[in-house]
Write a protein that binds this ligand. Structure first.
Ligand SMILES: Cc1cc2nc3c(=O)[nH]c(=O)nc-3n(C[C@H](O)[C@H](O)[C@H](O)COP(=O)(O)O)c2cc1C
Length: 172
């Protein structure tokens, strides 16, 4: 699969094959993809929590109203943002760029998963403070949860969107 094929065919998957196994070596490839994303001054303001524990997946599903797909997902990766790192690196030059960096890491996971025949759904947490607090409580951390990426073997095949909107483009 080429990168453009992955980009063109990626869709959010909200029904997965329940009980399907995703191996740790597959998960590590997804994490490697995330860690290879560009970041401001190469500050890499991220950490990752891999959740395979069904009890914790259920707690998140109940706490976050738009994570129903966790019921059938094989796992979730929570991206943790580290804003404070960016205040220390390169004299604070990358300060404040962490949402962009974590977004790039997220998209790398989504596209790498496509190549592996896995489906994903990006579920937002940051910047909603109530949602952040709920996820912090479940994960017993005071670090900043950026999002939750549901991952599994797709049990649905939504059509590629095939979207190109010329009116969104200014050619100069
Ligand atoms: C920042 C962000 C937050 C999102 N949060 C959720 C979410 O909480 N639950 C969900 O089911 N989908 C979520 N999505 C997925 C979007 O709904 C989805 O990407 C969009 O509708 C386009 O559909 P597609 O991903 O199939 O192309 C989120 C996507 C982004 C980028």
């Amino acid at each position: 699969m080429t990168i453009m094929e992955a980009i063109r065919n990626r869709r959010s998957i909200r029904t997965f094959k329940a009980g399907a196994k995703v191996s740790d070596s597959q998960i590590k490839v997804l994490l490697e993809a995330a860690m290879l994303a560009p970041s401001a001054c190469n500050s890499r303001p991220w950490e990752f929590v891999v959740i395979k524990d069904r009890n914790i997946l259920e707690q998140i599903r109940k706490a976050h109203p738009y994570t129903g797909m966790l019921k059938t997902a094989s796992l979730a990766i929570v991206i943790i943002a580290l804003p404070e790192i960016q205040e220390k690196v390169s004299g604070g030059l990358p300060k404040g760029f962490y949402p962009q960096d974590c977004g790039a890491a997220t998209e790398n996971i989504l596209l790498a998963a496509m190549e592996m025949g896995l489906g994903t759904c990006w579920c937002g947490v940051y910047p909603h403070s109530r949602m952040i607090a709920k996820i912090q409580k479940i994960l017993a951390t005071d670090k900043l949860p950026f999002n939750i990426i549901a991952i599994g073997v797709p049990d649905e095949s939504p059509a590629a969107r095939g979207m190109y909107e010329e009116e969104k483009v200014t050619w100069i």
